[in-house]
Design a protein around this ligand. Structure first.
Ligand code: SAH
Length: 510
């Protein structure tokens, strides 16, 4: 408890694509003590929250209310009165059928300060991602946002069917999937031509987006056939016909593909963001956790004695990260490394090192220890002292070869990978239900950890219709030894290379 009363931000979290969050909304989430969200707000946004923030899910999926609106209101008041700043995330825009107005009135009546952060509403964004502009000079000059929630047979209905039917506005219904048949009937009954184009867009702006089009005459049957459910936007009007020409999102090369990303969570974002940009839906199943070594003493000792070394070699991004984390923890900075020469395996490791202000002297062309050896044959390494901070379990070829070349190599553990099985059940159920199109393997350990998650299940059967993608020959070798023949092996042994190979694969199989 503090003396101060917190503030509540009523935030529009956008329609689903995490990129459609406003900068102001992001700032509010980053600083909030408490984040309250419901099912339409993308869970990705929670990653912006402070580690120590309290995260509260208040649900609201159709009728299934995890907390009633009254309880949500009470929660916001209570948290603010306890002195916490609250980020209340609401799908789309908080004031477009979001009950944001009611929440604001209620906060006001309790003397709690609030601010509204408008968001990108699904009423405009879902049609936009389906290639439907809600206004267009050649078709209509106005648009109506209408609730589809109200029972159209209700006696004292506020629905003005005759107005909607006669106007040439684009009609955008929210919360209307269950009432579609009634909406269509009422519009036709009041004179709207039955050949008026209609589209339903479900989970608009996300990789799960699904669009069904038709006319007032055909749409009910088509939606039933497609089994399209809530949440969806219903768009009615001539602008819908522009989709034929303007559809762009669902034309992305990996649109509709569900891809498992097995990289360690901390590293997954690069691969996930690349695949998502191409339209894929990524299911992150972290199989490894990357952690500091159980015994950090050897790494600390080598940093303490850093002046004894001539070379520092990094074989991975993690090696770089954990080496510098430890260096800084010890109260030192990069100046203690000024006398050293550096080598990095792989362009990504080199880039990571550069973030610390250091340019690698040697960069082997591929991500394999063998090519490091080639690269080192160019420099005088004999009798030189080499420090190699690396994973706890790592291949021995590099130190062995350098030793043969006359170097004196100290290997120290900078980090270790641990098996993570928290997502095991989710993974098995997705595979059993044929919901996965592809699985990506970005290192040998991701393959073996993935396989160990399947336990005694018949892996061959589970992966029968799944495209398996390996980042390079060593990872493929591990996969084969565990009974998986990768369908694709990346040509360049990098994340980008993996993504490119996957694209080529799907392009050749439209
Ligand atoms: N304030 C929200 C609307 C809340 S009402 C906004 O501005 O978007 C809930 C309705 O919004 C759902 O029933 C559905 O009609 C619509 N909706 C929300 N997100 C959607 C999405 N990603 N795709 C399609 N419809 C969506």
């Amino acid at each position: 408890m503090t003396d101060k009363t917190g503030i509540v931000y009523l935030i529009g979290a956008g329609p689903g694509d995490p990129g459609l969050l406003t900068i102001k909304a992001k700032e509010c989430i980053e600083t909030a003590d408490v984040v309250v969200y419901d099912y339409l707000a993308s869970p990705f946004l929670l990653e912006y929250a402070r580690k120590d923030a309290q995260i509260i899910y208040v649900g609201k999926k159709g009728g299934d209310h995890t907390l009633t609106q009254d309880k949500i209101n009470q929660l916001l008041v209570d948290k603010a009165k306890q002195g916490f700043d609250v980020a209340r995330l609401k799908g789309g825009d908080p004031f477009v059928f979001g009950r944001g107005g009611e929440e604001a009135q209620m906060l006001l009546s309790h003397g709690v300060a609030y601010e509204v952060v408008p968001g990108v509403t699904s009423a405009i964004a879902a049609p936009a991602y389906a290639g439907i502009p809600v206004t267009h000079r050649d078709h209509t000059s106005f648009v109506s946002f209408i609730t589809g929630h109200e029972d159209p047979t209700k006696k004292d209905s506020s629905m003005q069917w005759d107005v909607y039917a006669k106007s040439n506005a684009t009609l955008v219904f929210l919360m209307g999937v269950k009432n579609l048949e009634n909406i269509v009937k009422n519009l036709v009954k009041h004179g709207k031509p039955s050949d008026t184009p209609v589209a339903l867009v479900r989970w608009g702006t996300t990789a799960r987006q699904q669009t069904v089009t038709g006319t007032l005459e055909t749409i009910v049957e088509r939606v039933t056939l497609a089994k399209l459910k809530s949440p969806a936007i219903i768009v009615i009007g001539h602008v819908v016909s522009l989709r034929q020409e303007l559809a762009w999102f669902d034309k992305k090369p990996l649109f509709g593909k569900q891809i498992v990303v097995t990289r360690a969570r901390a590293q997954a974002s690069d691969l996930v963001s690349k695949l998502s940009k191409l339209g894929a839906r990524c299911i992150e199943i972290p199989t490894i956790l990357i952690a500091p070594p159980e015994d950090i003493a050897p790494l600390k000792k080598s940093i303490k004695n850093i002046t004894d070394y001539d070379w520092l070699i990094f074989t991975s991004v993690n090696g770089v990260k954990f080496f510098f984390d430890t260096l800084f923890d010890m109260g030192k900075d990069v100046r203690v490394l000024g006398h050293l020469k550096f080598a990095c395996i792989g362009p990504v490791t080199k880039e990571r090192l550069k973030e610390y202000g250091i340019i690698s002297d040697i960069l082997p062309d591929t991500y394999r220890a063998e090519s490091v050896i080639d690269a080192f044959s160019m420099v005088e390494i004999k009798n030189k002292k080499v420090l190699l901070p690396r994973a706890k379990i790592a291949r021995t070829i590099l130190p062995e070869e350098l030793t043969k070349m006359g170097a004196c190599v100290d290997e120290v553990t900078a980090y270790e990978t641990q098996l993570y099985t928290g997502a095991k059940d989710e993974l098995i159920s997705l595979l059993e239900n044929n919901e996965i199109d592809a699985v990506t393997f970005t290192s040998s350990s991701t393959v073996s950890n993935f396989m160990s998650q399947l336990e005694s299940k018949d892996a061959e059967k589970l992966l029968k219709n799944v495209v398996t993608v390996s980042i390079g020959p060593i990872t493929s070798e591990t996969a084969r030894s565990l009974g998986i023949e990768p369908d694709i092996e990346a040509e360049a042994y990098t994340i980008q290379g993996l993504v490119d190979s996957l694209l080529t694969y799907y392009e050749s199989r439209p």
